[in-house]
Design a protein around this ligand. Sequence first.
Ligand SMILES: NC(=O)c1ccc[n+]([C@@H]2O[C@H](COP(=O)([O-])OP(=O)(O)OC[C@H]3O[C@@H](n4cnc5c(N)ncnc54)[C@H](O)[C@@H]3O)[C@@H](O)[C@H]2O)c1
Length: 263
Amino acid sequence: MKKIQELFDLSGKVAIVTGAAMGIGKGIALRLAEAGASVIVADINIEAAKKTTEELKAAGYKAKEVQANASKVEDAEKTAQTAVDVFGDLHILVNNAGIFPFAPALEMSESTWDKTIAINLKGTMFFAQAAARMMCSKGHGGKIVNIASVDGFHPTGNLIAYDASKGGVIMLTKALAKDLSPRGINVNAIAPGAIVTPGASAGLSGMSQKEIEAVTKMFISQIPVGHQGEPDDVAKAVLFLASAAADYITGSILVVDGGYLVG
Ligand SMILES: NC(=O)c1ccc[n+]([C@@H]2O[C@H](COP(=O)([O-])OP(=O)(O)OC[C@H]3O[C@@H](n4cnc5c(N)ncnc54)[C@H](O)[C@@H]3O)[C@@H](O)[C@H]2O)c1
């Protein structure tokens, strides 16, 4: 039986985190690196990705930034190849990159719909495919963790494309688990609730301070633990699913929402 320290030790493992420049992705990159993994900080925003990589390196961790658009199949392949070129292998993929444009059903545009589905759902599929192919070619399994959302179970409202994309990520996670688990690749998802991030704050940017306070109060009143989450709340759950402690878990959706869905 492995000791607890061994279960969570990711030394020698190589991980890709998409959308890792800031927010939840950055929190995930930090925890995986702290556990010993070499981390590819993949993000469309290369300047911010470089900054995050520098922070990781300054803390003594191994990291490399890659400019990658989650919606591009060729960027998925490039990112998996970079992991092998720079760190020699690939064991963990965290599909975190995502956008959440506010758009009610009657105002949804084709371009917003296509972009949201392309980044959140198609991106999750093809980054998983590229990573799984690389893991198989290296002759071992691995761990894939997809960041879904409570919106995949329960629509917040005015987030039509987002809700559909995250519902898709939840079923995609189960389908990938069925296909890839016989190859030793566990595929799971996390469904976060309200997490304070740059992206979540930007969603409130058109509002006055008073409106922001009212909306925040309303959100918090729906969360049984009484406060919003931080990126690290999601990162700790990712660390678990990426570790040997979760070797017998695949096709699961772990809700990290302070009780919102049962509230
Ligand atoms: N913040 C929340 O409350 C919350 C709740 C549930 C789920 N999530 C999910 O968590 C994930 C991260 O959310 P966040 O709040 O940290 O977002 P964020 O906007 O704060 O950060 C997102 C990161 O993804 C990058 N990104 C955006 N588009 C990209 C693309 N096409 N390719 C590569 N990178 C791209 C951004 O540059 C940024 O670094 C998303 O999938 C989101 O849907 C967030």
